[in-house]
Design a protein around this ligand. Structure first.
Ligand SMILES: *Cc1c(COP(=O)(O)O)cnc(C)c1O
Length: 371
């Protein structure tokens, strides 16, 4: 098999990640002269009629895509997901001193660490490592503190670095579920009503870095308590909501691009179509990982991420060679996160099927050549 000429680049970065080329081209086209205004969208007031139109349309499209009910507010925030690791307890604890925190890997551990500044998180360890085979404890073994002591449960349905996903919804009906959906929001249809709060950094599957989406059920606003009194105004969900995400200057350019991404998703056929494609893409890759012993992923297939596929080579000394040669196929950013090593291919919405087809072709060639 001949190594392809380096023509097309497929960017498997976990974040900031690739954006749909149609979105980038449109943004380029209107960069210097947005809708005939003679200015870039970056250069106008967030309170101008023009930007308010961008803000309104993007929220409308997002609401339509996710079928967000009326009683949920959508906030276009700053700060990234890590900011909300702190903002969540400060906004939601009220007078409580604990909250349920599911530990499923890298990002939830950081959320727990941050929450410790504000409360005593009740940590629920759900990962089971059975001789290297990774699975998740069934829901009925998750021992939650009751609602009156722990007013919410925080979890992450897609652990971006561990490549592990909790696909089923959590049916703990009498608790408020808070989800860090940074790497999975908009990759599939979602029942927003399963959550009290959803938050997500944009730079995985939504838009450029700098924007963070927060979707919060109205009745969870204004949970006053001692933390609420010292909560910085810019992190106060009630204040942000009352000011329609314009208490201070929002990240306008990132917001605008996210709006184009929402339109792009609608054009693709919405989240049902997007989910279908994401299924096909992930299955194709896992199939090659599993077909012999050259590659491996030891996560229970029920809990494998469809967004961030991690795998390793049985002969780890070949990893650098794999990464180097993959570049000549146009396959970029496949190196695993520094915390776990190995290989990671992030397959967000913007990654075309062709990218995975080239990746599996390369993987088969590489296994044949070095196996
Ligand atoms: C990327 C990521 C974060 C961190 O996001 P920042 O924008 O860097 O704060 C947190 N949680 C998850 C699940 C992520 O994928």
């Amino acid at each position: 098999m001949k190594i392809q000429e380096n023509k097309k680049i497929f960017n498997f970065s976990a974040g900031p990640a690739m954006l749909p080329i149609e979105v980038l081209k449109l943004a380029q086209e209107e960069l210097c002269n947005w809708h005939g205004s003679g200015k870039s969208i970056m250069e106008i007031s967030h309170r101008s009629k023009e930007f308010l139109e961008v803000a309104y349309t993007s929220e409308h499209d997002l609401r339509e895509l996710l079928m967000i009910p009326e009683n949920y507010k959508v906030l276009f925030c700053h700060g990234g997901a890590r900011t909300h690791f702190a903002a969540i307890p400060m906004n939601l604890l009220g007078s409580a001193t604990s909250a349920n925190y599911v530990n499923s890997g890298y990002w939830t551990q950081f959320a727990i660490q941050e929450a410790k500044k504000y409360c005593i998180p009740h940590v629920i360890n759900i990962i089971v490592n059975d001789n290297g085979f990774i699975t998740v404890k069934p829901l009925y073994h998750w021992n939650l503190l009751p609602n009156n002591i722990a007013p919410y449960l925080h979890y992450c349905p897609n652990e971006t670095i561990d490549g592990l996903a909790i696909h089923q919804s959590l049916d703990f009906t009498d608790t408020v579920i808070v989800g860090d959906l940074s790497s999975v929001l908009l990759s599939q249809p979602l029942d927003v009503t399963n959550f009290g709060v959803i938050y997500a950094s944009a730079q995985k599957n939504i838009g450029p870095a700098g924007l963070t989406l927060v979707i919060i059920r109205e009745d969870l606003l204004e949970r006053t308590g001692y933390l609420y009194d010292v909560l910085p105004s810019v992190l106060n969900y009630t204040i942000l909501s009352k000011n329609k995400s314009m208490f201070n200057t929002p990240p306008t350019f990132a917001w605008y691009i996210a709006g184009l991404v929402f339109k792009w998703i609608k054009l693709q056929g919405g989240l049902i179509e997007i989910e279908k494609r994401n299924y096909v893409k992930a299955n194709l890759l896992y199939q090659v990982i599993d077909e012999n012993d050259f590659y491996y992923n030891k996560i229970d297939p029920l809990y494998r991420s469809r967004m961030n596929v991690i795998f390793n080579l049985t002969n780890t000394s070949l990893i650098n060679c794999f990464l180097k040669q993959s570049l000549s196929y146009g396959l970029h950013a496949l190196q695993g996160h520094r915390a776990v090593g190995g290989i990671r291919a992030s397959l967000y919405n913007a990654m075309p099927l062709e990218g995975i087809q080239v990746l599996v072709e390369f993987m088969r060639y590489f296994a044949y050549r070095y196996g």
